[in-house]
Structures are given as structure tokens and as C-alpha cells.
Design a protein. Sequence first.
Length: 132
Amino acid sequence: MNFNLIKATESVKLILLNFERHTTDFHKILKILYFAEQRHIAILGVPIFNDSYIAMKNGPVPSNLYDIFKIIRGNSTFRLNQDLDLNHIFEIKDGFLISLINFTIDLDVFSAYKIECLIQSVEENKLLDFKL
């Protein structure tokens, strides 16, 4: 299973488009993605962007995507192996808020069902707070 950086990036963009000022916290993004992936796997048997989820204190986290958030934030020793400058797509504020600054999104990387899973997860989880 190979992590798909493009699908992961486009998934985060799609989610952020549904938030006021196109900004939310890491935890909310990761929670929305977890439930979208869970639904997609339950029906089709495959994940949306092939990340490995790890159990952390505050819930499951897509490992590679979380590392990417840390790279954008500037506190990771990891480097991206692909020619994709994510600092022109996302901005990290206050250490844990992620904002969309490039609104171009490529929905062609997704099937209709992947988009449906992502949007449904946003609708179901957008208003949940950190404690839930």
C-alpha cells in the first residue's frame, strides 16, 4: 500500500473548503479523514489515500499526513520526496490550525464515492469539538 500524497492533499483541501475562513485545527481534519476512510473501506474495501493510521492519545491519526502537517509547520525532520510545495497550498497558524491558501482543487483524482465519503464525514463531524 503506497501513500498517495496527491489524494491526501486534495482531501484536506476539499475538507477545508467547508470551513469558515477555510481554517480548522489538525485534530478536526484528522478526525474527519478517519471517518471518511472508515466508510470508504467498509463499502469498497480500499482506503481513500492509502495512509497508515496509528493510535494516539487523542484518537487515530493518518501517520504520513500528520508528518506532512509537521513539515508545513516547520518542526519535522522528514522531507517530502515529491516536487510539491505545500507551503503554497496550506498555512499553519498558532501551531495547530491549518488554513487553505490555494483554492485550486483537482476533484478528478477522486471517484464520486470518495468525494461522497469526504463530504458526508465533514457534515457529520464538522461541529464536533476536541473532547468528542
